[in-house]
Design a protein around this ligand. Structure first.
Ligand SMILES: NC(=O)c1ccc[n+]([C@@H]2O[C@H](COP(=O)([O-])OP(=O)(O)OC[C@H]3O[C@@H](n4cnc5c(N)ncnc54)[C@H](OP(=O)(O)O)[C@@H]3O)[C@@H](O)[C@H]2O)c1
Length: 249
């Protein structure tokens, strides 16, 4: 039986990915900053473990407790929307520590066992915001673009050990807690000189109808985990596929 360890399973994509793999008879290690046992169906194939990807001790403890892992899904992430002038450096650090360094630290933590066994898959969830420049998203996009670039180089050095790396790029998913979680970080409001721009951006979003659903992301992660011929980059969601294909032209 194969085992997947997923970060950030308290809501959104991570929770759905955990459900998806459980339904397909995998052993699932669903990790959360604040573990909750009421979110997923009871199963003897499910372990719920505490993990904060910003905390090295927490990473060590989860790897020790997890035992054998076949697939790591780096899903945990935080969002933020503002002009750079309205983005405190503490927030910049928080975004990079979670989205970028957290992903790198988790990959580093599973690698010894993947390399020794000559198998394993690392799946990094980034975003289609990395496919084209967007207003008010410079820091978030930078944190995710860094993961794209990291993943490409990592894949090369791990080929010799039969360890695969894949990147899943979701589009905009209003149904997860991502926006709400990001808003809590945006309590100081938008930088005043950018007010007109912010209004314009929000008005444009209202017009967009294609979105990404958590199930799209779970399917893309499943493909990445189970199909060794899957593409390196896998856009997830109707809008994501559109954006990704447009950028590839
Ligand atoms: N929703 C979108 O529009 C969208 C689009 C493209 C990409 N993404 C990416 O998809 C991933 C999942 O997002 P989502 O939409 O499912 O958002 P979500 O509902 O907010 O879920 C994010 C998860 O990450 C966890 N997390 C945050 N900081 C963490 C840390 N330091 N250590 C461990 N876990 C942490 C959260 O846990 P807590 O409950 O403890 O905060 C939560 O479980 C993120 O990487 C995000 O950047 C989202």
């Amino acid at each position: 039986m194969k085992t997947v360890l997923i970060t950030g399973c308290s809501s959104g994509f991570g929770l759905e990915i955990a459900r998806y793999f459980l339904d397909r008879d995998w052993r699932v290690i669903a990790t959360m900053r604040a573990p909750r046992k009421d979110l997923l169906p009871r199963s003897d194939r499910l372990s719920i473990l505490a993990l904060d990807v910003k905390d090295p001790q927490s990473i060590r403890a989860v790897i020790d407790a997890a035992g054998r892992i076949d697939v790591l899904v780096n899903n945990a992430g935080i969002g933020f929307l503002n002009a750079l002038e309205g983005t405190p450096m503490d927030t910049v650090r928080d975004i990079f520590e979670t989205n970028t360094l957290g992903t790198i630290a988790m990959a580093q933590a599973v690698l010894p066992q993947f390399r020794e066994r000559r198998e394993g898959v690392i799946i990094n969830v980034t975003s289609t915001v990395t496919c084209r420049p967007l207003h008010l998203l410079s820091v978030y996009t930078a944190s995710k673009s860094a993961v794209n670039a990291f993943s490409e180089s990592l894949a090369l050095e791990l080929e010799q050990f039969n360890v695969r790396v894949r990147v899943v790029l979701p589009g905009r998913a209003p149904s997860t807690r991502f926006g709400e979680n990001a808003q809590a970080r945006m309590k100081d409001g938008f930088a005043e000189p950018y007010g007109a721009l912010v209004e314009q951006i929000f008005a444009n979003w209202q017009k967009e109808t294609a979105v990404t659903h958590a199930s799209d992301v779970a399917e893309a992660v499943w493909l990445a985990a189970t199909d060794s011929s899957s593409p390196f980059n896998i856009p997830a969601g109707e809008d994501a596929v559109e954006w990704y294909n447009a950028a590839a032209k």
